[in-house]
Design a protein around this ligand. Structure first.
Ligand code: IFM
Length: 464
């Protein structure tokens, strides 16, 4: 597809961006009054994270944010999605506010705006204050009020400069891994806790939407859902019920009640004991867009070893995989975009897409990350095909700007457009960085001709 035909397919204000999250890049976990998060504590527990890594230093973005914004400028993105670390601004999650923590995000936001990059602020990307974790975290219904108060603080503080807010990033991931499948804090396997957490996160989303609307003029709001087609592993019909079960929890447990006002039928009965009158109305508040994260489809097995009876299996052998072992199937992205468009009818912003590859700096000091370029090229083509088929996609953000702390995999997996040498913190743009910069440039409308007196027709000019 050439640049002209690409531009013609995209809405004129299509947003190209990059995404990160607080715990994965900031570091400075003990600085300027930040309180501990559940990830600080969890990553210190032996055996939890590859190589015993933690986000203590991560990309040291807390101190190097100006350099990182410079990279975004070079890349040509006009939007940056980041998250606020709740324990940095409210060390105990409620009550006292930490002015030094708030001031960090003031500096970040002001520097972004000065660089003509729009800040997209996500309230929650998994770093719950440990003090709230100690009170039961998302399983405690009081978390709805805690989160609403935090949202209001953020809206009041930054609402004059930040208009784009997301409530939660991938609620299905942190609830399912935290309360059922393991691998994220609190790493328990308990169906009742899972159901409670799902319902409270949904209520917290609704409450935060209301508080942000009340505190930010011209606000533009959404939540960010990770959506992956759930397929029976090995094409085995015996795995079909497990695939349907996981689909209900993974893909629908949050967007269905938030956007359509009901829980998927497979969950509705189980959820009933945790619901109070009017809860669904409190959850289903008007939002402006659907934030979509997508990487791959899931292949699901029946597995009696957890409360949902589901397991994550392997893709068919002929399907290529990323360094994470995730199947690379761009058509699943096209299918997902069209499905989200048809089911929810909201403008879609792709707020994460990208891949891990085994990147290294070569002898000439460059990072030739061909697998990432291949992936991004194929997934962008799939997105353009979805737009062609009518999906209302308004923006695309690569995960991630920088290599960073990849949760249980620590620093062993690299998702960045920019290589980070952790011992020195030196940043090196990879080949994919330059590829993405070219894509953005080629899709941007050519500059309008300069205003001024109308030129004489060519024939007349010849006689000047
Ligand atoms: O790094 C994560 C991110 O925090 C949430 N979405 C998926 C990414 C890659 O695993």
């Amino acid at each position: 597809m050439n640049a002209g035909s690409l531009r013609a397919k995209l809405p004129p204000d299509f947003v190209w961006g990059v995404s990160t999250s607080s715990y994965q890049i900031e570091g400075a976990v003990k600085e300027d009054g930040r309180g501990p998060s559940i990830w600080d504590i969890y990553s210190r527990q032996p055996g939890r994270i590859a190589n015993g890594d933690s986000g203590d230093v991560a990309c040291d973005h807390y101190h190097r944010y100006r350099e990182d914004i410079g990279l975004m400028r070079d890349l040509g993105v006009r939007a940056y999605r980041f998250s606020v670390a709740w324990p940095r601004v409210m060390p105990n999650g409620r009550g006292d506010v930490n002015e030094a923590g708030l001031a960090f995000y003031d500096r970040l936001i002001d520097a972004l705006i000065a660089a003509e990059i729009e800040p997209w602020l996500c309230l929650y990307h998994w770093d719950l204050p440990q003090a709230l974790g100690d009170l039961g975290g998302w399983t405690n219904r009081d978390c709805v009020q805690w989160f609403a108060d935090y949202a209001a603080l953020i809206g009041r503080r930054y609402g004059d400069r930040v208009k784009r807010y997301a409530t939660f990033n991938e609620p299905s991931v942190f609830t399912l891994f935290g309360f059922c499948l393991g691998g994220q804090p609190p790493a328990v396997s308990d169906h009742a806790m899972l159901l409670r957490a799902i319902h409270h996160v949904n209520l917290a989303h609704g409450a935060a939407v209301d508080r942000l609307r009340a505190s930010v003029t011209d606000v533009s709001l959404g939540a960010i859902h990770n959506r992956q087609p759930c397929r029976p592993a090995a094409g085995d019909p015996a795995n079909l019920p497990a695939a349907e079960e996981l689909d209900a929890y993974w893909n629908r447990a949050f967007p269905d009640p938030q956007l359509r006002g009901f829980y998927p039928p497979l969950l509705a009965g189980a959820m009933a004991p945790y619901q109070q009158a009017d809860d669904l109305a409190r959850i289903c508040r008007p939002v402006d867009w659907f934030g979509l994260n997508h990487y791959s489809p899931l292949y699901v097995t029946a597995d009696a070893g957890n409360p949902l009876g589901v397991g994550l299996g392997s893709a068919p052998v002929n399907v290529p995989r990323s360094n994470m072992g995730w199947p690379v199937e761009p058509d699943a992205f096209r299918e997902t975009l069209i499905g989200v468009h048809q089911r929810y009818g909201l403008p879609i912003y792709v707020l994460e897409n990208g891949t891990a590859s085994p990147d290294e700096i070569d002898a000439s000091g460059e990072v030739a990350d061909a697998p990432r370029i291949d992936y991004l090229r194929a997934y962008n083509a799939a997105m353009f095909a979805a737009i062609d088929a009518g999906a209302d996609v308004r923006g695309y953000f690569v995960w991630s700007l920088l290599d960073n702390f990849e949760w249980g995999s620590g620093y062993s997996q690299r998702f960045g457009l920019v290589y980070v040498d952790y011992p020195t913190q030196r940043r090196t743009p990879k080949a994919s960085f330059h590829w993405y910069a070219r894509l953005i440039r080629s899709c941007r409308a050519p500059p309008a001709p300069p205003a001024g007196p109308r030129q004489a027709p060519a024939a007349a000019r010849r006689h000047d």
